[in-house]
Structures are given as structure tokens and as C-alpha cells.
Design a protein around this ligand. Structure first.
Ligand code: ATP
Ligand code: MG
Length: 226
């Protein structure tokens, strides 16, 4: 693949399998995977003033305020080049607007449209190895040894924000703040939606779509980049 620039956003409710699909996209198409949630969790682990503030929002399932979020992501994206996938950002209109002002319209927005009851069940079974961000699901992707990370053997844990009441709050926030972005990207002509319940079933369609998309781009050498 001779592509020098390819910029993708993945959208979907919390627990929709964004992380799984995003990792596969990034591996297959050699994109930088930029994960807002991981960046925030790392900042939290630093025990900085900012980290403590972030912890309060995240624990309650609320969004981090746009000004803070935009500053953190702006820093993060200074050195990522022109081949990336954003996972978890933007999540609100002001964030999308800022991103557009900074880099222009992205090439493609992949939305995962997964039924809410499937999502709720999934998040209840999710456990993570916090230092690496590796995720497990007790139902369909359990660790080899119960309660332990496959690679390091360290304990895995449920994220505080995966507790059932917090999950409900996150889904509500998603509906109110993030879902409207679908319209924004649809109008811009870059949105592609995928329905389903299982990442393994959805993935081949995503891959096929992006392969075709890229082969089209390759035929337009004068594509404008920011
Ligand atoms: P999943 O990991 O299943 O995709 P999620 O998308 O809700 O679930 P993360 O992306 O890991 O979870 O984000 C965790 C928390 O970090 C969010 O609930 C929110 O508080 C905060 N956060 C992450 N990205 C943003 C953002 N772009 N704007 C505001 N807050 C954010
Ligand atoms: Mg995530």
C-alpha cells in the first residue's frame, strides 16, 4: 500500500467493540492507533493534579470537559504523522469541530452500530490489565488463567466505570453527546456504518470496505492533505 496519508475515526457506544476493531484496522493498514481512554488513564496513573481531576469525571461515567480533552489530544497528535485512527475522540460537537479546524475532514468514519442490551452484557464481563490496556471478556475472551493477564501474569480488574450504574450513565451520555456526530459525518459524506453483535463477524466487512476505499484513493494522486 503506497498511501502516505489516511485518517480514520472509529465511533460506537462504549463497549461496542471499538477497541477490537480499531486494533485490527491499525494492524492491517499500518495506522497509528490513538486511544483517548488509554491516554486519560495513563495521565491518571501519573497522580498529577490533572490526573486527579480526570479520575473524578471518568469514575462517574461523565465526559471529560471539551477544553481539557482538546488540549490533551492536541498534544498527543503533534507527532503522529498522517496515518492514524482516532478511537474515543471526538465524542462531542466541539471536539469534532476542533479536529476539523486542525486537520481538515478525515478520510473515513467507521461507526459500529450494536444493540444496547448486547453492550450492557459485554461491559459487565469486561476486565482489563491496566498497565497495558489489554482487555478480556469473561464470556468470549477469558484470560488463560482466571484473574491474570496472559502476558505478564499480573492481576486483571474491572474498570470502575464498567460497574453497572456507571455503564448506564455512559450509555446515556453517549446517546446525548456522541450520537449526534453521526449526522455531522454523514453530511460530510465520510460515514460508513456497520451493524452486528460480534466483532469477528463485523471485521471482514470493515476490512473489505477500507481496502476498497484505499484502492479508490490510490487512483486520486492529487488528494489534498492538511
Ligand atoms: P470502550 O473502552 O468500550 O470504548 P468507552 O469508550 O466508554 O468504552 P474509553 O474510551 O476508555 O471508554 O473512555 C473512558 C472514559 O474517558 C469516558 O467514559 C470519559 O469519561 C473519558 N473520555 C474518553 N474520551 C473522551 C473524550 N473524547 N471526551 C470526553 N471524555 C472522554
Ligand atoms: Mg475504548
Amino acid at each position: 500500500m503506497s498511501l502516505s496519508t489516511f485518517r480514520v475515526i472509529i465511533l460506537g457506544a462504549p463497549g461496542s467493540g471499538k477497541g477490537t476493531i480499531a486494533s485490527r484496522i491499525c494492524k492491517t493498514f499500518q495506522l497509528n492507533h490513538i486511544i483517548s481512554g488509554d491516554i486519560l488513564r495513563k495521565e491518571q496513573q501519573n497522580q498529577s493534579e490533572l490526573g486527579k481531576k480526570l479520575a473524578e469525571y471518568i469514575k462517574s461515567g461523565a465526559l471529560v470537559p471539551d477544553d481539557i480533552m482538546i488540549r490533551i489530544m492536541g498534544n498527543e497528535m503533534k507527532n503522529v504523522g498522517n496515518k492514524w485512527l482516532l478511537d474515543g475522540f471526538p465524542r462531542t460537537y466541539p471536539q469534532a469541530d476542533k479536529l476539523h479546524k486542525e486537520v481538515g475532514m478525515v478520510d473515513s468514519v467507521v461507526n459500529l452500530d450494536i444493540p444496547f442490551d448486547v453492550i450492557r452484557k459485554r461491559l459487565e464481563g469486561r476486565f482489563i490489565h491496566a498497565p497495558s490496556g489489554r482487555t478480556y471478556n469473561l464470556e468470549f475472551n477469558p484470560p488463560k488463567v482466571s484473574g491474570k493477564d496472559d502476558i505478564t501474569g499480573e492481576p486483571i480488574e474491572r474498570r470502575a466505570d464498567d460497574e453497572p450504574e456507571v455503564v448506564m450513565a455512559r450509555l446515556k451520555t453517549y446517546k446525548e453527546r456522541t450520537e449526534p456526530l453521526l449526522d455531522y459525518y454523514r453530511k460530510a459524506g465520510v460515514l460508513k456504518e456497520f451493524q452486528g453483535t460480534e466483532s469477528n463477524v463485523i471485521w471482514p466487512f470493515v476490512k473489505e470496505y477500507l481496502e476498497q476505499f484505499i484502492s479508490q484513493l490510490d487512483k486520486q494522486p492529487k488528494r489534498k492533505t492538511a
